[in-house]
Design a protein around this ligand. Structure first.
Ligand code: BGP
Length: 475
């Protein structure tokens, strides 16, 4: 019998507000930190992005044509509350009302992210954003507004996108004032505030949304050891603990992973906590996990001459082998290139086995349902005679879908596939040079062109996959 995904499996794709919407200062929206952090990078900024703000109807028609049953997008906090707090912006709300209603009219389940990197600049200016504990209450107020407005129509909520990546690339995913630049503890402080904020919103979802489920989209990479040397195996355990369980234990057990926490204390990097915080985390346990998986990671125990705190830096050129820097946590682990895995042009490993590995590993540890909320291949797509032949992306997704299916056969609850990305969007670090979409957006970093939507080969492939509930690509 032909293999398929389970009945009711959700099919769609993902985007985020600042990467897709554009209209950065239109209809009352004020700047978010992403509007500023993406200015003057040498790549495109977020001012127009993929112009979804003006073309959402056309875009939803394309989702429908592809057969989507779900779509993950994010709300822009500074479109709804331009100053982060206070008066809501009627025009901003109107946009999301229209978007949500249009999705539902087309039989597409909206799955929103409440926060995808874009803290309002007003709050950065007021109190340094997530660095301040005040951000917790303001985030809760913003979220409460969304739950009350859309909770009748939206049941699955992703609260924060990729906290793990926000910590790893803390100066790129947060607008950090200069005075904190050499204070690495700040990233774990930000993380603690996000944990408290997320836990509080999780509780509110259970309170205000009938049948609501609270989730988070984690940026997740399984960590492999370079080899079986005992020291390197220990480095793998350390990295799994600090990079993965340090987040998921909070989400699903309501407390921090022990060894990672003690290690951070030894290093002087642990967050400052207050009485009552542990209780807030205990009461905010989530119901499901959104998994953003692109690449697995490889570690070894730090080499003697590299054994000092080193932060990760991305590959900005898109030439293989030009990774800015690999993260090192002293006496704990050192990230490195995996000699046994192929990569894309930006040095991200291509590892479908990693998908099965992480799904089974997470499920055995936490026993929670999961939705794949991002997965994709960044590439320089070429437009030739009005067509884009992205066979490499089809190959990538086919292999990952087979890995997901195998995990499901082995008992893991995976409820949907929402890869990155629906259409081409502004990449977080590589502008429009690195594309992920099922649909090409006709613009580049320098020239906005006509922003036309052009279906790639992967769009037609995905259409068949969805129509057959996976059968056309599962083997
Ligand atoms: C994830 C983010 C997305 C997205 C994706 C691809 O970390 O949640 O916002 O952009 O990665 O990353 P990039 O655009 O840097 O290639």
């Amino acid at each position: 019998m032909k293999k398929t995904m389970p009945q009711g499996f959700l099919w769609g794709a993902s985007t985020s507000a600042y990467q897709v919407e554009g209209a950065a200062l239109e209809d009352g929206k004020k700047l978010s930190q992403m509007d500023l952090l993406n200015a003057d990078t040498g790549f495109a900024d977020a001012s127009v992005a993929s112009d979804h703000y003006h073309r959402y109807k056309e875009d939803i028609a394309l989702m429908k044509e592809c057969g989507f049953t779900a779509y993950r997008f994010s709300f822009s906090w500074s479109r709804i509350f331009p100053d982060g707090v206070g008066e809501a912006n009627p025009k901003g709300i109107e946009f999301y009302d229209n978007l949500v209603n249009e999705l539902i009219r087309n039989g597409i389940k909206p799955i929103p992210t409440i926060y995808h990197y874009d803290m309002p600049m007003a709050l950065v200016e007021k109190y340094d954003g997530w660095i301040s504990r005040q951000s917790i209450d303001d985030f809760v107020e913003y979220s409460k507004f969304l739950l009350l407005r859309y909770g009748d129509r939206i049941k699955d909520w992703l609260i924060i996108n990729e906290q793990s990546i926000i910590v790893e690339f803390w100066k790129k995913k947060n607008y950090i004032p200069e005075k904190y630049h050499d204070k690495a503890q700040v990233k774990f402080q930000i993380n603690h505030h996000m944990n408290l904020a997320q836990a509080k919103v999780s509780k509110l979802i259970h309170q205000y949304v009938e049948g609501g489920r609270a989730g988070s989209a984690i940026g997740y990479s399984p960590v492999y050891a370079l080899d079986s040397s005992p020291k390197n195996m220990l480095a793998m355990l350390n990295a799994e603990n600090l990079k993965n369980q340090y987040f998921l234990d909070v989400y699903f057990k309501g407390h921090y992973a022990k060894s990672a926490s003690l290690y951070l204390k030894e290093q002087g990097l642990a967050p400052i906590t207050e009485d009552g915080d542990a209780e807030i985390l205990r009461q905010g346990i989530l119901d499901f996990l959104g998994v953003n998986y692109y690449a697995s990671k490889c570690v070894r125990f730090p080499e003697a001459d590299k054994n000092r705190l080193t932060e990760a830096k991305s590959n900005l050129s898109g030439q293989k082998g030009q990774m800015g820097a690999y993260e090192v946590m002293p006496d704990f682990y050192q990230y490195m290139k995996n000699p046994n895995a192929e990569t894309n042009d930006w040095d991200w490993t291509i590892d479908p086995n990693g998908m099965e590995y992480l799904l089974r590993d997470i499920y055995e540890r936490y026993g929670i349902p999961m939705i794949i909320t991002e997965n994709g291949l960044g590439a320089r797509d070429i437009l030739e005679n009005g067509e884009i032949h992205d066979s490499y992306r089809i190959d990538y997704w086919s292999k990952h879908l087979n890995a997901i299916h195998r995990a499901i056969e082995l008992g893991v609850e995976v409820q949907g596939f929402l890869p990155w990305s629906f259409i081409d969007v502004l990449s977080t670090s590589n502008g429009y040079q690195k594309r992920y979409g099922l649909i090409y957006v006709n613009r580049d970093d320098e020239d906005l062109k006509d922003l036309a939507r052009i279906k790639k080969d992967s769009f037609y492939w995905y259409q068949e996959v969805i129509a057959s509930n996976g059968a056309s690509c599962l083997n």
